[in-house]
Design a protein around this ligand. Sequence first.
Ligand code: SAM
Length: 252
Amino acid sequence: MRTKFPILLALAAQLAAAAVLMLVFYLGAAWFELRPSLVMTAVAQGLAAAALGHLFGLSRWWLLINLAFVPSLIALSAFKIPPWGYLVGFLLLLLLNWNTFAGGVPLYLTGEGTRKKLEEILNTRGPTFRFIDLGSGLAGTLCQLSRRYPQARFEGVETAPLVFMASWFRCLFQKNCRVRYRSLWKVDLSKYDIVYCFLSPVPMPELWKKARAEMKGKSLLVSNTFEVPGIAPKQVIELKDWRDSKILVWEL
Ligand SMILES: C[S@@+](CC[C@H](N)C(=O)[O-])C[C@H]1O[C@@H](n2cnc3c(N)ncnc32)[C@H](O)[C@@H]1O
């Protein structure tokens, strides 16, 4: 099952798991006097939700979320957190993941090894290139690269409010680097020599169409890990790290 909204599949897996467990526990209580504890119930719910999520075709990290969701809620309840604590937690998560539901792109960060390989690609350019990170997250990649290439221009766009604010402050004192609160779909890619992205499989086909329409003159589209279906990159650099990262480079 493929969907633009994996969160809905994750929710469906949780609900289906709860329905299955209710039936199992009901029959278990009637036939074998089964009385599972709250902790056992939570663990069983996590395992069942992860297994069903796997059946529904969810990716690995969604399975981990499904596995941990209910057990974490039960564990949190031991800390006697006041109701407003949950509200604050919810609002913080919302501000961090504001755009994830519609865009299918959550926050995770480019690793150090990938940044080093990116430098190898940038070293093949002159000193004054323009670089943009589409969905720049906490701007770690932008900050590191902008210090390394002081004559080049680095930009990022980000639409998760809290993530944007943190990254904006981070770049404030770096003269050749700035982050804007803007959707990547509203950026004119023709202004950049290197367009970098670390998104998800969801936006890649549409991003390819946008890049084809706007990028020109031997500019590079560089994707961390995520492929454009059916379009072979000019270069692939395998990172061989724990998340099987690779850098894919297309010349437009
Ligand atoms: C996987 S993170 C990558 C962060 C950063 N580029 C890095 O490599 O460390 C993807 C980021 O894209 C942002 N994002 C998702 N959809 C976006 C959109 N339409 N426009 C701008 N940013 C977006 C998310 O909020 C998230 O911070």
